[in-house]
Design a protein around this ligand. Structure first.
Ligand SMILES: O=C([O-])CC(=O)C(=O)O
Ligand SMILES: [Mg+2]
Length: 388
């Protein structure tokens, strides 16, 4: 098996929504197609990848560094002892001559290609990625379905409390029982009104509602909001301060008794380990949201899982950011606690297979080989254009 070409492009995933830190008016995303020399039904087998959402496309790094290094690698050096493609062997080539630390956008570029290589390897084996992964990195028996919660509740121009409630009712109608909304982009009084409006839709059950600050608060505001919302018994209080301010997180954990979730903007094993070492998180209630697509791919995420195990954390405490198919397979294979879902945002890249049904906040996986982009028609068309 040889890689014959890697094609790279950018797709817009922009919208008018806003969280406490950014708007998404110019959000875009890198996509790649890794073409192999293996032919099936007269066409080459191709692996696809994209970089989740929240970080912009990384075309320059892909074109100038990551892709040329992959294409220069000896094809045999990418194969396991059984002669099959082993995506984790590509990582050292893609990262050659890169200094450690300061992970920035580089982790996005490597993550996109890593995803495409996992898609390709599992397609070549004729298996859906979750089964391929469970055989190699799990216990051979992936979960049949994965817990998903519906993320939304953004700020948007002219959006009323009634609109917010309707959005959340829509999520419940689609089969979700847990939802997430944004806070920290308005005053505390206004955010409390928004939270209470959503709680009405959830029959007052705070354990079904997560709130996300997107890193906006300083310590004083984090604690002030924490005191105000603790009474609701929320599902979690997310990314409350700067993602790299471990001390802030640790202090918050001493004062806020409910679950805390963070990690979507930690892009490396080292950053995740510092969170565990210094962030004060509690393995009996808190959640780690590292997104494999943004953080050097599944190859690095496997290292993160190993680190968490060494520190006594269950994989069930991990619920990745991103709402994409790649993490859905990873969640089933590695027995994570679940996966995010954005029923209303980040198209055409985000979300699951076209026919995917959510029931009681669980979604099943398809048996399509690979990640299953082929069962997501609108996105598949965009991906196919990369190499046709
Ligand atoms: O608004 C965003 O950037 C997305 C986000 O934080 C999340 O999905 O948790
Ligand atoms: Mg978030």
């Amino acid at each position: 098996m040889k890689i014959t070409a890697v094609h790279e492009g950018t797709v817009p995933i922009s919208s008018s929504i806003r969280n406490a830190w950014i708007d998404f008016s110019s959000m875009d995303c890198s996509i790649v197609a890794v073409v192999s020399d293996v032919m099936r039904d007269g066409e080459p087998v191709v692996g696809y990848g994209f970089n989740s959402n929240g970080r912009y496309s990384a075309g320059e790094i892909l074109r100038r560094r990551v892709v040329p290094r992959l294409l220069d690698a000896d094809p045999d050096a990418l194969l396991a002892e059984d002669g099959q493609l082993d995506p984790t062997r590509a990582w050292d080539f893609m990262m050659s001559n890169e200094k450690p630390g300061g992970h920035g956008e580089r982790s996005v570029a490597v993550g996109v290609v890593d995803m495409a290589l996992f898609d390709l390897a599992s397609k070549l084996a004729g298996q859906p990625l979750h089964r391929w992964l469970a055989d190699r990195y799990g216990d051979g028996e992936p979960d049949d379905s994965v817990f998903v919660y519906a993320a939304g509740g953004y700020y948007a121009p002219g959006k009323s409390l009634r609109d917010l409630q309707d959005e959340m009712r829509g999520f419940l109608d689609q089969g979700y029982s847990a939802v997430k909304m944004k806070i920290g982009g308005a005053s505390l009084a206004e955010d409390l009104e928004r939270i209470e409006a959503v709680l009405q839709v959830l029959d007052g059950d705070g354990s079904r509602l997560a709130v996300d600050v997107n890193g906006r608060f300083d310590l004083a505001t984090a604690l002030e909001y924490g005191r105000a919302i603790e009474q609701y018994g929320l599902f979690w209080y997310e990314e409350v301060g700067d993602p790299l301010d471990y001390q802030l997180n640790a202090t918050l954990c001493e004062h806020y008794a409910g679950p805390i979730a963070t990690g979507e903007n930690l892009f490396s094993l080292q950053d995740a380990r510092n969170l565990i070492r210094y962030g004060g998180l509690r393995p009996d209630r808190d959640y780690i949201q590292v997104d494999p697509a943004l953080s050097y791919g599944l190859t690095e995420y496997l290292r993160v899982q190993e680190m968490l195990k060494q520190h006594g954390w269950s994989s069930r405490r991990c619920i990745p950011h991103g709402g994409h198919q790649f993490s859905l397979h990873i969640a089933a294979a590695l027995k994570l606690g679940g996966n995010e879902s954005y029923p209303g945002e980040f198209q055409p890249t985000g979300g699951f297979a076209d026919g995917a049904v959510v029931e009681n906040s669980y979604v099943g996986l398809t048996e399509t080989p690979g990640i299953g982009f082929e069962s997501k028609a609108a996105f598949h068309e965009v991906l196919r254009e990369l190499h046709s």
